[in-house]
Ligand binder design. Structure first.
Ligand SMILES: *Cc1c(COP(=O)(O)O)cnc(C)c1O
Length: 405
């Protein structure tokens, strides 16, 4: 299902590795140096007063950037097809920075009902306490989105594919609906994408029309399950300045050592994305045929919601799939399936080298109807041998059968 040569434009794949960093004269090493600082020394007061950190033309304080963080920012902006980037301490901090930079009391934010859970909680608790309202919309129904736009709407989130349930929304069509609404109401409505799934590789969020992309670098860019970091990217300089100033006031610094890990991970991101994508597609096809399985949710499967949109907009489908079990399996049996897996470890997060699994109760997380009665388990496919992963799932499924008698 993935076509390696079109996974990432060849030029971008090369740029990811040949970055503009220049080592000090006489020291032609390949990796960028890890610069660490709180204080940066100025040679005189005039230099101190005139140095411009806003446009990243100079260094003023560790929190406002080092040569190492600027290098990663440039590379993430390139990866995602954007122009300006801010780094933050986690993927969740990237989502909350967008809310804090662009929303004020009286505004409303719309989130897809299948969005990353903590982004919904942030709206329900923090944004609500600041007088910012929210509504959840059905990502697969543009009439529902249209009905929820109002004169208060300031920001609309997208997530493609949706967390856990993997519906793939038609983002350009939704943006057309938003623009058609915003123009007669003479109001700017910003659009933001949680771009963690596509990672700048499966599709270009800016080409789909969004203004801002937030990305959990914890996932693919790190690739090692060993660092937490996030980024916010845009092509729009005015939006970037709002993000940058808010970022400065919030004090969202990242460590040079963590940045180094992500820079290392980026060298292999395209290869890892392709390998994990093809293993996940193979497991999804196989799982569909297993007796215990009601449905496999994965946008490259023809019966997965939004498959045609995925096929139009994407070159790959990441390392996630969700299994919906037949309704005759109760939660204890589904928990038993997870406990029985040996190579798939129980844990949160994804896109690391080790395969992971976690059970979720989707009905309790949704405001819109959820069509399935059976329980759901999400798998993140790592870099183990495909046959070993398939055998591991097979033995856990057959243990389920056995416990049914
Ligand atoms: C993991 C994840 C995040 C948050 O990233 P952290 O670095 O764990 O805070 C945000 N969005 C999506 C879709 C994610 O999967």
């Amino acid at each position: 299902m993935s076509d390696d040569h079109k996974l990432l434009p060849a030029q971008l794949q090369t740029q990811l590795i040949h970055h503009p960093y220049r080592p000090p004269a006489g020291f032609e090493a390949l990796p960028p140096a890890v610069h660490k600082a709180s204080t940066v020394i100025f040679s005189n007061v005039a230099a101190m007063r005139s140095r411009d950190y806003r446009h990243k033309t100079g260094y003023t304080y560790g929190l406002h950037g080092t040569p190492t963080t600027f290098t990663l920012e440039a590379r993430i902006a390139t990866l995602e097809g954007g122009q300006f980037c801010e780094l933050v301490p986690s993927g969740l901090a990237a989502l909350t920075l967008v809310g804090m930079a662009f929303l004020k009391a009286g505004d409303e934010v719309l989130l897809p009902d299948n969005s990353y859970g903590p982004n919904k909680s942030f709206a329900q608790v923090e944004l609500a306490a600041w007088g910012i309202t929210h509504r959840f919309y059905d990502p697969m129904d543009s009439a529902d989105l249209a009905a929820k736009l109002s004169s208060k709407t300031r920001l609309v989130w997208f997530e493609a594919a949706g967390s856990l349930t993997m519906e793939f929304p038609d983002v350009p069509a939704a943006i057309a609906v938003i623009k058609a609404f915003a123009q007669p109401h003479a109001r700017g409505i910003l659009t933001a994408m949680d771009n963690t799934w596509g990672s700048g590789i499966a599709f270009c969020a800016f080409d789909l029309g969004v203004d801002v992309s937030a990305h959990a670098l914890t996932k693919y860019p790190s690739g090692g399950s060993d660092v937490l970091m996030g980024s916010v990217v845009t092509r729009d300089e005015a939006l970037y300045l709002l993000l940058h100033l808010c970022h400065m006031r919030l004090g969202f610094g990242v460590s040079g050592n963590d940045v180094e890990l992500v820079l290392r991970g980026l060298n292999t991101i395209a290869l890892r994305y392709a390998a994990q994508d093809s293993a996940t597609c193979a497991l999804a096809l196989w799982l569909q045929k297993q007796d215990q399985v009601e449905a496999v949710l994965h946008p490259a499967l023809p019966n997965s919601p939004g498959h045609a949109t995925w096929a139009r907009d994407c070159s790959a489908a990441a390392c996630l799939l969700s299994i919906v079990f037949k309704p005759e399996y109760d939660q204890d049996q589904i928990d038993g399936f997870c406990d029985q897996l040996k190579l798939f470890k129980l844990g949160y997060s994804w896109a690391g080298p080790i395969s992971l699994c976690a059970p979720y109760d989707i009905a309790s997380m949704r405001t819109t109807a959820w069509p399935y009665k059976g329980g759901l388990v999400r798998l993140s496919v790592g870099l183990e041998a495909l046959d070993d992963l398939r055998s591991d799932i097979a033995q856990a499924l057959s243990a389920m059968h056995y416990s049914k008698g």
